[in-house]
Design a protein. Structure first.
Length: 279
């Protein structure tokens, strides 16, 4: 039995999944697709990119769904840029937006400026009216280096929120015990995390995962988008995977049947937040 299963009130062998939609706020297409997946489809949670141009629209559409903050330090696209809301100099590249790669963040970002930026993103989401359920990291720079993980963990402690954390295999590869560090601070995270290579177009990974899930709580993530000229322009190399993620969650009857037949229980992040705050 996993400790998290026990705290959430599930049986020893229960296989529980959070189905999270990343990149809310990145485009109008993403906003429409993510809320559709939450309200009409199989998604149970989403994560908001506060610095992105369409984040304010996402706030206007919010109706109390399980929404976390997708803490953002990267703007990876060539022709569509966003930057730090604190205007921190070490978080801006030559184009005036966030660095494009994780390595650029690690090489140039001042950790205290990262801390101020992350806090500002969370506080802005709260100001906009979101009842934030969790924190995660866009592209992962906050999780995979100790000095940046310190900021990530501090934000979770300060705001009383659970975290997305990679699995044990990643912890072994990068060489520091981020899961134990979070647990020592009373921060909850799903037991398992299903990584999708490239991050977009999750169909095969999720179909396999449904029948391979171990007991405990697993986070699955997707990037839904609607097939629009805006999405094609913003994401010229992976727009079709985003469209398929939306179809998978909202319109695919076979996937809906697979989920039902798998016996997997789906929940949002709010259950983890409540358990964490209950102690």
């Amino acid at each position: 039995m996993t400790e998290l299963n026990r705290r959430l009130g599930f049986d020893d062998d229960a296989r529980v999944a959070i189905i999270n939609c990343d990149d809310l706020g990145s485009t109008h297409s993403a906003n429409e697709a993510v809320y559709d997946a939450l309200r009409e489809g199989l998604a149970t949670a989403a994560s908001l990119m506060v610095p992105c141009p369409w984040a304010r629209e996402a706030a206007r559409q919010y109706r109390g769904e399980d929404i976390g903050v997708h803490l953002t330090l990267n703007a990876e696209l060539d022709h569509y840029r966003w930057g730090p809301i604190t205007h921190a100099p070490s978080l801006v590249d030559g184009d005036g937006g966030f660095p494009r790669t994780i390595l650029d963040v690690w090489d140039h970002a001042d950790v205290e400026e990262v801390r101020r930026e992350c806090r500002a993103q969370i506080e802005r989401a709260i100001l906009w009216g979101f009842d934030i359920t969790h924190l995660d990291s866009h592209m992962g720079p906050l999780q995979l280096r100790p000095e940046f993980f310190d900021v990530y963990l501090d934000m979770a402690v300060e705001f009383g929120l659970p975290l997305r954390l990679s699995g044990e295999s990643t912890q072994e590869q990068i060489g520091f015990p981020f899961r134990r560090l979070a647990a020592d601070e009373g921060i909850l995270a799903p037991d398992h995390f299903v990584y999708v290579r490239g991050g977009v177009g999750s169909r095969k990974a999720l179909e396999r995962a449904l029948f391979d899930l171990r007991p405990g709580v697993t986070e699955l993530y997707l990037h839904p988008g609607l097939n629009t000229p805006e999405l094609r322009a913003a994401y010229p190399t992976d727009w079709s995977g985003r469209v398929d993620d939306h179809h998978l969650l909202v319109h695919d009857r076979n996937f809906r049947s697979l989920l039902r037949d798998s016996g997997v229980i789906t929940i949002g992040w709010r259950a983890l937040k409540a358990a964490q705050r209950a102690g």
